[in-house]
Design a protein. Structure first.
Length: 203
């Protein structure tokens, strides 16, 4: 009983250590908790697949070059066509299955004519063969090819030999049933294209 009322001296150093440790662990936990919240600010993969628009600068695109974007999980081809290619397109009509793109499911209503584009020299296509979804090769030069000695430029699918011209129009006598698809798109200005959104006022 001699020690009754007598307490051990307080270890202030140990108390400071425990207090600091608790504060650090709490801060780290709060940081981890914030990560999912911050990530939620960014578009999710599901949102992108649902059709979030994609914007691209095409100012550096040269004749014969192709820029490939991804929209809705699909490759989008943006190609700058030369004058020689544009001049050749009307000459191919007799060889094509749907030269005037009469099938309305192939492109938006504001995409009309042989060029199938808003700007004459810029082609915008979904880069998937309409037969089985393979990715055709771009053969943009006007020169004889093993699959066509009178080739005027276009796309060739090596899987099943489907052919398309530089407007994405399908040739006769190949497995692909329709032209390559044209996605909805518009131009913000002369050098900026937006895939996935129709022009203002478009039906």
């Amino acid at each position: 009983m001699a020690n009754q009322g007598v307490h051990d001296p307080i270890n202030t150093g140990r108390r400071r250590f425990l207090t600091a440790t608790t504060a650090v662990v709490g801060a780290v936990g709060a940081g981890f908790a914030a990560v999912p919240f911050i990530k939620s600010w960014n578009p999710s993969a599901r949102a992108k697949l649902a059709g979030a628009p994609v914007t691209a600068d095409i100012s550096a695109l040269a004749e014969g070059q192709r820029l490939i974007l991804e929209w809705r999980g699909q490759p989008i081809w943006i190609v700058k066509r030369s004058k020689a290619i544009l001049d050749a397109l009307p000459t191919l009509d007799p060889h094509l299955r749907d030269p005037k793109s009469d099938n309305k499911d192939q492109q938006p209503d504001y995409i009309k004519g042989e060029l199938r584009s808003i700007k004459p020299d810029i082609s915008v296509l979904v880069g998937l063969c309409t037969h089985l979804g393979c990715s055709p090769e771009m053969k943009a030069e006007i020169r004889p090819e093993p699959f066509d000695p009178e080739w005027k430029g276009g796309y060739f699918c090596p899987c099943h030999k489907s052919r398309f011209d530089m407007a994405g129009r399908v040739f006769q006598g190949v497995p692909a049933p329709i032209n390559l698809l044209v996605p909805p798109h518009h131009y913000e200005n002369d050098t900026t294209i937006v895939i996935g959104v129709d022009p203002k006022g478009a039906a």
